[in-house]
Design a binder for this molecule. Structure first.
Ligand code: PNS
Length: 164
């Protein structure tokens, strides 16, 4: 699979250690991994697209075959544009599965050249989500175990400012 470009799409609002685990495992499987900040129309983000890109860049700086991008539009179209063969998704629990399965089938219909590959979350991240990080951080809780070290301070600062 080293000759395949893979895409890791998501809102990344903000990136968590769970995302980083999936990105880093994908980077060992595929030759080239593009992490792309996309729009989830069901969510209103806390961080701007530029902030999320910057946090992802800092977080993935040590992984040579990973790059970061953003795209407003359909994931299937982005995959076509980048000639990607795989979309990587992390699955935490059965509750993720129905929604992810529906998205995978829709993306396959829209772009038959791309396969969705599900990676099982690492057990320590099973309960982790960006929404949980935002909720804990905005109430002065300790989020240090949940977000990558290099971006902890800026996330804490922003969440506390927002909560005021
Ligand atoms: O991190 P998230 O919010 O679970 O990521 C979801 C995301 C952004 C990957 C998904 O909403 C998406 O693919 N958005 C782009 C628009 C699109 O292609 N929608 C149709 C997919 S069925």
């Amino acid at each position: 699979m080293k000759n395949i470009t893979a895409i890791c799409p998501g809102s990344f609002d903000p990136v968590t250690v769970g995302h980083l685990d999936i990105i880093s495992r994908a980077s060992k499987m595929f030759g080239n991994v593009i992490v792309v900040v996309m729009t989830n129309t069901t969510k209103s983000p806390c961080f701007t697209v530029e902030e999320r890109i910057e946090m992802l860049r800092k977080t993935t700086a040590g992984i040579e075959n990973v790059s970061v991008d953003s795209y407003y539009g359909l994931l299937a179209d982005y995959a076509k544009k980048r000639n990607a063969g795989a979309i990587i998704k992390g699955l935490r629990a059965m509750s993720d599965f129905e929604y992810e399965f529906q998205m995978a089938l829709t993306n396959k219909k829209l772009n038959p050249d791309v396969e969705t590959v599900f990676l099982t979350t690492s057990v320590q991240n099973m309960y982790l989500s960006s929404s949980m990080v935002k909720q804990i951080g905005s109430m002065n809780g300790d989020i240090r175990d949940f977000v990558p070290d290099v971006i902890q301070d800026e996330i804490i600062k922003r969440l506390q400012e927002r909560a005021r």
